[in-house]
Design a protein around this ligand. Structure first.
Ligand code: F6R
Length: 238
């Protein structure tokens, strides 16, 4: 696991975007695992800008998103399908059928679908205040595959900022499991802001703690890159 501390979320986004696009130049059939939320937004903006400048095509790239709220229609502006389209997909030349999300109709076969497509080459992750990755809340078993889950109170409260009020936040979601995520060949986790510092500190102790799902990344070690701003890194013991 490598920890990289940057001054701003924009710098983080620009650097990861460059690394991803360099990989795409080597292999334009990559499979990307994608996250939603605030953390990857500067990354997606940079991917769009840099790929336009360099004329990089996404027509052979496949994507698998980490999670989706249970029961939200794709036209709902809070659905993660809507988010991905608005923030990334619509700006690039992806083929229509190249995007996958875990849904009630496919989640039981989502891990197999990922395998059939060659596995995830690059996985983008954010991290919850409580250490969740995707919607694997504290206590999720290590061997979990894609599954339906209940969101913790902390996650519902945090995600309420995107909805009109907290009552509108779905209480259930479908998420890749921890074992699904750990199978990815390369992982970039992005954490910015003071509210992520405690979870980051626990994760970087180097051991797997069941109450901090992100600490499962310690079991993978190679090709895991943790990008932090100074606030998210503020509790790391020197
Ligand atoms: C979203 C996801 C979540 C977020 C996490 C952090 O697809 O998987 O685990 O990455 O909740 O969210 P932000 O980035 O909004 O702080």
């Amino acid at each position: 696991m490598e920890v990289i501390i940057k001054k701003s979320k924009e710098e983080i986004g620009a650097e990861i975007a460059k690394r991803i696009l360099d990989d795409i130049k080597e292999n334009d059939h990559l499979v990307l695992g994608l996250a939603t939320g605030s953390s990857p937004l500067p990354l997606y903006k940079s991917i769009v800008e840099q790929s336009k400048k360099e004329n990089i095509s996404f027509k052979n790239i496949k994507t698998f998103n980490l999670d989706e709220y249970y029961g939200l229609d794709e036209k709902n502006d809070q659905s993660y399908r809507y988010f991905m389209n608005e923030n990334l997909f619509k700006y690039l030349d992806f083929k229509k059928d190249s995007h996958n999300f875990p849904l009630a109709s496919n989640y039981e076969h989502y891990d197999e679908l990922i395998d059939e497509n060659g596995g995830i080459d690059i996985q983008i992750l954010g991290i919850g205040e409580n250490g969740h990755i995707a919607f694997n809340e504290p206590g999720t078993p290590l061997d979990s595959k894609t599954h339906i889950t209940f969101l913790s109170e902390n996650t519902i409260e945090n995600n309420a900022r995107f909805f009109k009020n907290i009552a509108e936040v779905p209480t259930k979601a479908i998420t890749m499991g921890l074992s699904t995520i750990l199978k990815s060949r390369k992982i970039y986790l992005i954490a910015t802001g003071k509210n992520k510092a405690s979870a980051i500190n626990i994760m970087l102790k180097g051991e797997y703690e069941k109450y901090c799902p992100a600490s499962a990344l310690n079991l993978k070690n190679d090709n895991v890159f943790i990008y932090l701003d100074e606030d998210a890194a503020s509790l790391i013991k020197k």
